[in-house]
Design a protein around this ligand. Structure first.
Ligand SMILES: C[S@@+](CC[C@H](N)C(=O)[O-])C[C@H]1O[C@@H](n2cnc3c(N)ncnc32)[C@H](O)[C@@H]1O
Length: 366
């Protein structure tokens, strides 16, 4: 069986195990290998934490365990994974296994690591608008680095997509972003600002939204809805937007209160949250979480640990708090829609994965 077929077989196998027996069998695992970033984003507080890097030996052992457990996709995340001093070794080790590999990075270190990024199937880079908007949200000089990074990725035929956080600063930049996507031949995601980031249903955000330092950036429900309608219109015209129509509609048009990042109910009855069953996250010190955005809550209830207990044991003990049912995090909502068999979302993603970019095939050409 070819590597590509084995990968598809693994995915279907995990999916059936979960649907038939309701036992965790993750297809996708996100791993935070460091919490450090080369530059500070105005809406993210990851940089405020003490610097942490996963030990390389722990990562190498984990990759082996994830392979044995039948995991199909891994995402190197952070912080910026390119900040890990052993990234070169880690990415080559990951490529030895039959994983579909994605990574989420800032623009700053892309050119330095361009040879390493050839081992990745799909690179995600943040892109927040024209020079003044991007630099305002991502730090001075970032836009220039970003354009150089796009050029380097394109020249080296490395598949990439971008993610834009929509705020009051860049709400007029949608056309600039999609024009740039066309120029460099990539697809782009749009997402609302999470307010506050990395917290579960935070009642204080509801009571006192003005106290949040992100208050000047957040848009009103009507403004997000207008953005959503514009994105849907552009997408219907074939513009390079990666976000599926279903998720654009849910996160921009139907989302009830912009200051809430999590809802305690299903916003779309047909879309279930599959975190903890079909996808999980591993924190920088090895804790296994149902999803990355549970960190603050799960640290209070002592999550199982993939390093001290082994991945499979940690998975068996993994606890899922069901108090949130829908989130504003597009990457997880896209997975939730696909795993809930939403046909439109599956059709949106298939050509971007095995069609035009053919990234699975490329990743398997070792
Ligand atoms: C947390 S970062 C980690 C990966 C990498 N450091 C980066 O900047 O892309 C992943 C994505 O989350 C986005 N992000 C961070 N804080 C956010 C917030 N408060 N609201 C929405 N998106 C946010 C970033 O712009 C980025 O696209």
């Amino acid at each position: 069986m070819s590597s590509k077929m084995r990968l598809l077989y693994k995915m279907v196998n995990s999916y059936l195990k979960v649907r038939l027996f309701n036992k965790p069998a993750p297809i996708s695992i996100l791993i935070d290998i460091t919490n450090q970033c080369p530059k500070v984003c105005c809406y993210c507080d990851s940089w405020k934490q003490a610097p942490m890097y996963m030990a390389t030996n722990d990562i190498l052992k984990l990759l082996k365990e994830l392979d044995s457990a039948g995991v199909s996709r891994i995402t190197f995340h952070g912080g910026d994974p390119l900040m890990h001093p052993d990234f070169k070794r880690i990415i080559r080790a990951a490529r030895e296994y039959n994983f579909f590999i994605t990574i989420s990075v800032r623009e700053t270190l892309i050119r330095k690591h361009i040879e390493d990024l050839k081992f990745v199937d799909l690179v995600f880079v943040s892109f927040d608008g024209n020079e003044s908007a991007h630099d305002a949200q991502k730090g001075k000089g970032s836009f220039e680095e970003l354009m150089q990074a796009f050029q380097a990725l394109k020249e080296n035929r490395i598949s990439f997509q971008t993610t834009t956080v929509m705020t009051r600063i860049n709400k007029g930049d949608i056309d600039f972003i999609t024009d740039t996507a066309k120029k460099f031949d990539f697809y782009t995601h749009f997402q609302p600002l999470q307010f506050p980031p990395f917290k579960k249903i935070d009642q204080s955000a509801l009571k006192n939204p003005d106290d949040n330092p992100l208050a000047p950036l957040i848009l009103s429900k009507e403004e997000y809805a207008e953005i959503g309608r514009r994105l849907l219109e552009l997408k219907s015209r074939g513009v390079h937007i990666a976000t599926s129509k279903k998720i654009i509609k849910l996160l921009f048009i139907d989302w009830p209160i912009p200051t809430l990042t999590f809802l305690p109910y299903r916003l779309d009855k047909s879309i279930k949250c599959w975190s903890g069953l079909l996808y999980n996250s591993i924190g920088v010190t090895g804790e296994l979480f149902p999803c990355a955005y549970y960190y603050p809550t799960y640290l209070q209830i002592k999550p199982s640990n993939a390093f001290t207990e082994g991945f499979e044991n940690a998975l068996k003990k993994n606890i899922k708090d069901e108090s949130c049912q829908t989130c504003m995090i597009p990457c997880f909502m896209e997975l939730n829609a696909m795993f809930s068999l939403n046909i439109g979302t599956i059709i949106n993603w298939l050509p971007k994965v095995i069609g035009k970019y053919n990234i699975i095939k490329k990743g398997m050409n070792k």
